[in-house]
Design a protein around this ligand. Structure first.
Ligand SMILES: [Zn+2]
Length: 363
Protein backbone atom coordinates (compact mmCIF):
# COMPACT_ATOMS: atom_id res chain seq x y z
CA UNK A 1 0.00 0.00 0.00
CA UNK A 2 1.14 3.57 -0.63
CA UNK A 3 2.75 5.32 2.35
CA UNK A 4 0.67 8.44 1.83
CA UNK A 5 -2.76 8.50 0.21
CA UNK A 6 -4.14 12.03 -0.33
CA UNK A 7 -7.95 12.33 -0.25
CA UNK A 8 -9.95 13.38 -3.27
CA UNK A 9 -10.14 17.15 -3.53
CA UNK A 10 -13.60 18.43 -4.50
CA UNK A 11 -14.88 16.87 -7.73
CA UNK A 12 -11.47 16.16 -9.25
CA UNK A 13 -10.87 13.31 -11.71
CA UNK A 14 -8.71 10.23 -11.19
CA UNK A 15 -6.25 11.84 -13.61
CA UNK A 16 -6.12 14.94 -11.39
CA UNK A 17 -5.40 12.84 -8.28
CA UNK A 18 -2.63 10.98 -10.17
CA UNK A 19 -1.13 14.30 -11.32
CA UNK A 20 -1.02 15.61 -7.75
CA UNK A 21 0.47 12.37 -6.45
CA UNK A 22 3.00 12.26 -9.28
CA UNK A 23 4.19 15.83 -8.64
CA UNK A 24 4.55 15.24 -4.90
CA UNK A 25 6.10 11.77 -4.76
CA UNK A 26 7.55 10.57 -8.05
CA UNK A 27 10.68 11.36 -10.08
CA UNK A 28 9.22 10.25 -13.44
CA UNK A 29 5.94 9.33 -15.15
CA UNK A 30 7.28 5.79 -15.70
CA UNK A 31 7.81 5.32 -11.97
CA UNK A 32 4.31 6.68 -11.30
CA UNK A 33 2.82 4.37 -13.93
CA UNK A 34 4.49 1.31 -12.44
CA UNK A 35 3.60 2.30 -8.88
CA UNK A 36 -0.07 3.23 -9.40
CA UNK A 37 -1.21 1.03 -12.29
CA UNK A 38 1.45 -1.65 -12.63
CA UNK A 39 2.83 -0.53 -16.02
CA UNK A 40 5.38 2.13 -16.98
CA UNK A 41 3.35 3.21 -20.03
CA UNK A 42 0.19 4.01 -17.98
CA UNK A 43 0.36 7.78 -18.70
CA UNK A 44 0.46 7.17 -22.45
CA UNK A 45 -3.09 5.89 -22.40
CA UNK A 46 -5.74 8.53 -22.12
CA UNK A 47 -7.24 8.73 -18.57
CA UNK A 48 -5.19 5.77 -17.33
CA UNK A 49 -3.58 2.58 -18.60
CA UNK A 50 -2.96 -0.62 -16.70
CA UNK A 51 -5.01 -1.96 -13.84
CA UNK A 52 -7.55 0.10 -11.90
CA UNK A 53 -7.91 -2.84 -9.47
CA UNK A 54 -4.23 -2.46 -8.63
CA UNK A 55 -4.71 1.26 -8.06
CA UNK A 56 -7.56 0.56 -5.62
CA UNK A 57 -5.54 -2.17 -3.91
CA UNK A 58 -2.50 0.01 -3.23
CA UNK A 59 -4.74 2.86 -2.06
CA UNK A 60 -6.48 0.41 0.31
CA UNK A 61 -9.82 1.38 -1.30
CA UNK A 62 -9.63 4.59 0.75
CA UNK A 63 -10.53 6.39 -2.47
CA UNK A 64 -13.29 3.87 -3.26
CA UNK A 65 -13.42 0.51 -5.00
CA UNK A 66 -12.70 0.15 -8.72
CA UNK A 67 -16.36 0.44 -9.71
CA UNK A 68 -16.91 3.64 -7.70
CA UNK A 69 -13.72 5.25 -9.02
CA UNK A 70 -14.65 4.33 -12.58
CA UNK A 71 -18.19 5.75 -12.27
CA UNK A 72 -17.40 8.86 -10.25
CA UNK A 73 -13.86 9.91 -11.16
CA UNK A 74 -13.46 9.08 -14.86
CA UNK A 75 -15.51 10.03 -17.91
CA UNK A 76 -16.14 6.33 -18.45
CA UNK A 77 -18.92 7.01 -15.91
CA UNK A 78 -20.92 8.84 -18.63
CA UNK A 79 -20.56 5.85 -20.96
CA UNK A 80 -21.47 3.36 -18.21
CA UNK A 81 -24.70 5.28 -17.51
CA UNK A 82 -25.83 4.68 -21.09
CA UNK A 83 -24.28 1.23 -21.61
CA UNK A 84 -26.39 -1.91 -21.71
CA UNK A 85 -26.56 -3.68 -18.34
CA UNK A 86 -24.44 -6.55 -19.68
CA UNK A 87 -21.76 -4.26 -21.11
CA UNK A 88 -21.61 -2.22 -17.89
CA UNK A 89 -21.29 -5.43 -15.86
CA UNK A 90 -18.42 -6.72 -18.01
CA UNK A 91 -16.50 -3.46 -17.63
CA UNK A 92 -17.09 -2.97 -13.90
CA UNK A 93 -16.16 -6.61 -13.19
CA UNK A 94 -12.94 -6.20 -15.18
CA UNK A 95 -13.89 -8.65 -17.96
CA UNK A 96 -13.66 -5.87 -20.59
CA UNK A 97 -11.34 -2.84 -20.38
CA UNK A 98 -13.06 0.56 -19.85
CA UNK A 99 -11.76 1.69 -23.24
CA UNK A 100 -14.16 -0.88 -24.77
CA UNK A 101 -16.94 1.54 -23.79
CA UNK A 102 -15.62 4.14 -26.18
CA UNK A 103 -15.64 1.67 -29.09
CA UNK A 104 -15.52 3.41 -32.42
CA UNK A 105 -17.33 6.40 -30.99
CA UNK A 106 -15.81 9.75 -31.66
CA UNK A 107 -14.77 11.14 -28.31
CA UNK A 108 -12.95 14.37 -27.87
CA UNK A 109 -9.87 13.43 -25.89
CA UNK A 110 -8.62 16.66 -24.41
CA UNK A 111 -8.10 17.80 -20.85
CA UNK A 112 -10.16 20.88 -20.08
CA UNK A 113 -10.17 23.39 -17.23
CA UNK A 114 -11.75 26.72 -16.29
CA UNK A 115 -9.43 29.69 -15.72
CA UNK A 116 -11.54 30.99 -12.79
CA UNK A 117 -11.65 27.55 -11.14
CA UNK A 118 -7.86 27.35 -11.53
CA UNK A 119 -7.40 30.67 -9.72
CA UNK A 120 -9.71 29.54 -6.88
CA UNK A 121 -8.11 26.09 -6.52
CA UNK A 122 -4.63 27.56 -6.46
CA UNK A 123 -5.72 30.00 -3.75
CA UNK A 124 -7.47 27.33 -1.62
CA UNK A 125 -5.45 24.16 -2.27
CA UNK A 126 -2.17 25.56 -3.57
CA UNK A 127 -2.55 23.59 -6.82
CA UNK A 128 -4.85 23.41 -9.87
CA UNK A 129 -7.33 20.53 -10.29
CA UNK A 130 -8.92 18.81 -13.27
CA UNK A 131 -12.62 18.93 -12.38
CA UNK A 132 -14.85 16.05 -13.41
CA UNK A 133 -17.67 18.21 -14.93
CA UNK A 134 -15.17 19.89 -17.30
CA UNK A 135 -14.03 16.58 -18.85
CA UNK A 136 -17.48 15.16 -19.59
CA UNK A 137 -18.39 14.35 -23.20
CA UNK A 138 -20.04 17.48 -24.58
CA UNK A 139 -18.89 19.87 -21.81
CA UNK A 140 -17.58 23.22 -23.06
CA UNK A 141 -18.61 25.64 -20.29
CA UNK A 142 -17.83 25.77 -16.56
CA UNK A 143 -21.32 25.75 -15.05
CA UNK A 144 -19.99 27.38 -11.88
CA UNK A 145 -18.57 30.45 -13.61
CA UNK A 146 -20.49 30.25 -16.94
CA UNK A 147 -17.15 30.61 -18.66
CA UNK A 148 -15.80 28.82 -21.76
CA UNK A 149 -13.37 26.02 -20.87
CA UNK A 150 -9.76 25.95 -21.99
CA UNK A 151 -8.27 22.84 -23.52
CA UNK A 152 -4.75 21.47 -23.34
CA UNK A 153 -3.26 20.78 -26.73
CA UNK A 154 -0.83 18.05 -25.69
CA UNK A 155 -1.57 14.72 -27.30
CA UNK A 156 0.20 12.76 -24.61
CA UNK A 157 -0.98 12.78 -21.03
CA UNK A 158 1.85 13.82 -18.73
CA UNK A 159 0.14 13.75 -15.36
CA UNK A 160 0.42 17.50 -15.14
CA UNK A 161 -1.95 19.85 -13.31
CA UNK A 162 -3.73 22.63 -15.24
CA UNK A 163 -1.70 25.67 -16.32
CA UNK A 164 -2.15 28.21 -19.06
CA UNK A 165 0.68 26.93 -21.30
CA UNK A 166 -0.22 25.38 -24.65
CA UNK A 167 -3.98 25.78 -24.31
CA UNK A 168 -6.76 26.92 -26.57
CA UNK A 169 -10.08 28.43 -25.46
CA UNK A 170 -13.32 27.05 -26.80
CA UNK A 171 -14.83 29.89 -28.79
CA UNK A 172 -18.35 31.25 -28.52
CA UNK A 173 -19.30 34.11 -30.83
CA UNK A 174 -22.29 35.49 -28.97
CA UNK A 175 -24.56 35.10 -25.94
CA UNK A 176 -26.82 32.63 -27.77
CA UNK A 177 -23.90 30.31 -28.48
CA UNK A 178 -22.71 30.61 -24.88
CA UNK A 179 -26.20 29.65 -23.68
CA UNK A 180 -26.19 26.70 -26.12
CA UNK A 181 -22.85 25.56 -24.68
CA UNK A 182 -24.27 25.88 -21.18
CA UNK A 183 -27.30 23.72 -22.05
CA UNK A 184 -25.11 20.98 -23.58
CA UNK A 185 -22.71 21.11 -20.60
CA UNK A 186 -25.62 20.96 -18.14
CA UNK A 187 -27.06 17.94 -20.00
CA UNK A 188 -23.62 16.26 -20.00
CA UNK A 189 -23.47 16.66 -16.22
CA UNK A 190 -26.99 15.31 -15.72
CA UNK A 191 -26.15 12.20 -17.78
CA UNK A 192 -23.01 11.62 -15.71
CA UNK A 193 -24.87 12.01 -12.39
CA UNK A 194 -27.82 9.80 -13.42
CA UNK A 195 -25.93 6.56 -12.64
CA UNK A 196 -28.17 4.64 -15.04
CA UNK A 197 -30.43 5.69 -17.90
CA UNK A 198 -32.80 3.76 -20.15
CA UNK A 199 -31.75 4.65 -23.69
CA UNK A 200 -35.01 3.35 -25.19
CA UNK A 201 -36.96 5.65 -22.87
CA UNK A 202 -34.70 8.58 -23.79
CA UNK A 203 -35.30 7.92 -27.49
CA UNK A 204 -39.08 7.76 -26.91
CA UNK A 205 -39.03 10.99 -24.94
CA UNK A 206 -36.89 12.92 -27.47
CA UNK A 207 -38.99 11.53 -30.34
CA UNK A 208 -42.18 12.70 -28.67
CA UNK A 209 -40.76 16.20 -28.24
CA UNK A 210 -39.79 16.35 -31.92
CA UNK A 211 -43.15 14.88 -33.02
CA UNK A 212 -45.00 17.59 -31.15
CA UNK A 213 -42.70 20.34 -32.40
CA UNK A 214 -43.10 19.20 -36.01
CA UNK A 215 -46.74 18.09 -35.65
CA UNK A 216 -45.94 14.54 -36.70
CA UNK A 217 -47.87 11.52 -35.47
CA UNK A 218 -44.93 9.17 -34.97
CA UNK A 219 -41.25 8.59 -35.80
CA UNK A 220 -42.09 7.26 -39.27
CA UNK A 221 -43.72 10.54 -40.16
CA UNK A 222 -40.93 12.75 -38.81
CA UNK A 223 -39.12 14.59 -41.58
CA UNK A 224 -35.49 14.10 -40.54
CA UNK A 225 -34.18 16.16 -43.46
CA UNK A 226 -36.10 19.12 -42.04
CA UNK A 227 -34.92 18.31 -38.50
CA UNK A 228 -31.26 18.17 -39.54
CA UNK A 229 -31.61 21.44 -41.44
CA UNK A 230 -33.05 23.05 -38.30
CA UNK A 231 -30.23 21.53 -36.21
CA UNK A 232 -27.56 22.86 -38.60
CA UNK A 233 -28.93 26.37 -38.09
CA UNK A 234 -28.78 26.15 -34.27
CA UNK A 235 -26.23 28.02 -32.14
CA UNK A 236 -24.97 24.69 -30.73
CA UNK A 237 -24.27 23.33 -34.23
CA UNK A 238 -22.40 26.56 -35.09
CA UNK A 239 -20.08 26.16 -32.05
CA UNK A 240 -19.45 22.48 -32.69
CA UNK A 241 -18.73 23.15 -36.36
CA UNK A 242 -16.11 25.74 -35.42
CA UNK A 243 -14.37 23.60 -32.81
CA UNK A 244 -12.32 22.05 -35.62
CA UNK A 245 -12.08 18.42 -36.67
CA UNK A 246 -15.12 17.55 -34.60
CA UNK A 247 -17.54 15.65 -36.82
CA UNK A 248 -19.98 14.81 -34.02
CA UNK A 249 -22.68 17.16 -35.27
CA UNK A 250 -22.30 16.34 -38.96
CA UNK A 251 -24.55 14.08 -41.03
CA UNK A 252 -27.95 12.59 -40.20
CA UNK A 253 -26.98 11.84 -36.60
CA UNK A 254 -30.27 12.78 -34.91
CA UNK A 255 -32.17 10.27 -37.07
CA UNK A 256 -29.49 7.64 -36.37
CA UNK A 257 -29.70 8.12 -32.59
CA UNK A 258 -33.51 8.20 -32.43
CA UNK A 259 -33.93 5.14 -34.64
CA UNK A 260 -31.29 3.28 -32.60
CA UNK A 261 -29.06 2.81 -35.62
CA UNK A 262 -25.82 4.14 -34.20
CA UNK A 263 -24.38 6.33 -31.46
CA UNK A 264 -27.49 5.87 -29.34
CA UNK A 265 -25.25 5.13 -26.34
CA UNK A 266 -22.79 7.98 -26.92
CA UNK A 267 -23.12 10.57 -24.09
CA UNK A 268 -21.71 13.38 -26.28
CA UNK A 269 -24.47 12.83 -28.86
CA UNK A 270 -27.15 12.84 -26.16
CA UNK A 271 -25.72 16.01 -24.59
CA UNK A 272 -25.93 17.69 -28.02
CA UNK A 273 -29.40 16.35 -28.78
CA UNK A 274 -31.02 17.34 -25.47
CA UNK A 275 -29.08 20.64 -25.58
CA UNK A 276 -30.55 21.30 -29.03
CA UNK A 277 -34.11 20.48 -27.90
CA UNK A 278 -33.55 22.93 -25.01
CA UNK A 279 -32.11 25.65 -27.24
CA UNK A 280 -35.29 25.47 -29.34
CA UNK A 281 -37.33 25.95 -26.16
CA UNK A 282 -39.10 22.57 -26.34
CA UNK A 283 -37.82 21.24 -22.99
CA UNK A 284 -35.27 21.96 -20.24
CA UNK A 285 -32.45 19.56 -19.20
CA UNK A 286 -34.14 19.19 -15.79
CA UNK A 287 -37.57 18.37 -17.26
CA UNK A 288 -36.10 15.92 -19.78
CA UNK A 289 -34.36 13.82 -17.13
CA UNK A 290 -37.04 14.28 -14.48
CA UNK A 291 -39.58 12.72 -16.83
CA UNK A 292 -37.29 9.71 -17.34
CA UNK A 293 -36.81 8.96 -13.66
CA UNK A 294 -40.37 9.06 -12.35
CA UNK A 295 -40.88 6.38 -9.74
CA UNK A 296 -42.95 3.41 -10.73
CA UNK A 297 -46.45 3.28 -9.34
CA UNK A 298 -49.93 2.46 -10.52
CA UNK A 299 -49.92 5.56 -12.70
CA UNK A 300 -46.67 4.71 -14.43
CA UNK A 301 -48.12 2.72 -17.31
CA UNK A 302 -50.63 5.41 -18.12
CA UNK A 303 -48.00 8.11 -17.70
CA UNK A 304 -45.65 6.33 -20.09
CA UNK A 305 -48.43 6.10 -22.64
CA UNK A 306 -49.09 9.83 -22.32
CA UNK A 307 -45.41 10.45 -23.02
CA UNK A 308 -45.48 8.25 -26.09
CA UNK A 309 -48.74 9.42 -27.59
CA UNK A 310 -48.48 12.77 -29.36
CA UNK A 311 -50.98 15.38 -28.19
CA UNK A 312 -52.32 15.65 -31.76
CA UNK A 313 -53.53 12.05 -31.51
CA UNK A 314 -55.16 12.56 -28.11
CA UNK A 315 -56.88 15.71 -29.42
CA UNK A 316 -58.18 13.90 -32.50
CA UNK A 317 -59.77 11.22 -30.32
CA UNK A 318 -61.35 13.87 -28.10
CA UNK A 319 -62.83 15.72 -31.06
CA UNK A 320 -64.23 12.61 -32.76
CA UNK A 321 -67.08 10.22 -32.24
CA UNK A 322 -66.05 7.25 -34.40
CA UNK A 323 -63.03 5.31 -35.63
CA UNK A 324 -63.59 6.57 -39.16
CA UNK A 325 -63.67 10.17 -38.01
CA UNK A 326 -60.36 9.86 -36.12
CA UNK A 327 -58.84 8.05 -39.10
CA UNK A 328 -59.83 10.92 -41.39
CA UNK A 329 -58.47 13.64 -39.07
CA UNK A 330 -55.13 11.88 -38.63
CA UNK A 331 -54.97 10.53 -42.19
CA UNK A 332 -54.25 6.96 -41.09
CA UNK A 333 -56.06 3.68 -41.75
CA UNK A 334 -59.09 2.58 -39.69
CA UNK A 335 -57.21 -0.58 -38.68
CA UNK A 336 -54.41 1.50 -37.15
CA UNK A 337 -56.92 3.46 -35.09
CA UNK A 338 -58.51 0.23 -33.87
CA UNK A 339 -55.05 -1.08 -32.93
CA UNK A 340 -54.24 2.07 -30.94
CA UNK A 341 -57.54 1.76 -29.05
CA UNK A 342 -56.72 -1.84 -28.16
CA UNK A 343 -53.14 -1.08 -27.09
CA UNK A 344 -53.35 2.22 -25.23
CA UNK A 345 -55.61 2.54 -22.22
CA UNK A 346 -55.52 6.34 -22.39
CA UNK A 347 -56.93 6.29 -25.92
CA UNK A 348 -59.39 3.56 -25.00
CA UNK A 349 -60.72 5.63 -22.12
CA UNK A 350 -61.21 8.66 -24.39
CA UNK A 351 -62.93 6.57 -27.06
CA UNK A 352 -65.03 4.64 -24.56
CA UNK A 353 -68.13 6.85 -24.80
CA UNK A 354 -68.55 6.49 -28.55
CA UNK A 355 -67.06 3.00 -28.92
CA UNK A 356 -69.96 1.30 -27.15
CA UNK A 357 -72.47 3.05 -29.38
CA UNK A 358 -70.76 2.76 -32.76
CA UNK A 359 -68.05 0.17 -32.73
CA UNK A 360 -68.50 -2.42 -30.01
CA UNK A 361 -66.21 -4.95 -31.72
CA UNK A 362 -63.01 -3.12 -30.93
CA UNK A 363 -62.85 -3.69 -27.20
ZN1 LIG B 1 -15.04 27.51 -13.24
Amino acid sequence: MLAYIPSWVEDETLYSWCARWHLAFSPSTKTTGRKLFGIASAPKTWQFGGSLSRFCLITGERLGDAKTVLYERTIFGSFLVLASAEHARRVTEGVSPPSALLGAKRVQLGLRYCASCLVEHTKIHGIGLWRMPHQLPGASICLLHVEPLRQKREKQQLWAVPDSANTSTLLFNNAKELEGGRLVSRTAEMIFRARTLDVAQMRASATKILCEAHRALDTKRLDFTKIHLDWSQSAIAACIGRSGGNSLGVGPWIGDVLRGRRSERNPARWAMLVGYLCERGWVTPEAFFDNLTKTSDAQEKIWKECELIPLAVVDAFKRSSSVTEVAMILNVHDKTIAKWIREYSIIKSIAKSWLTKNDPNIS
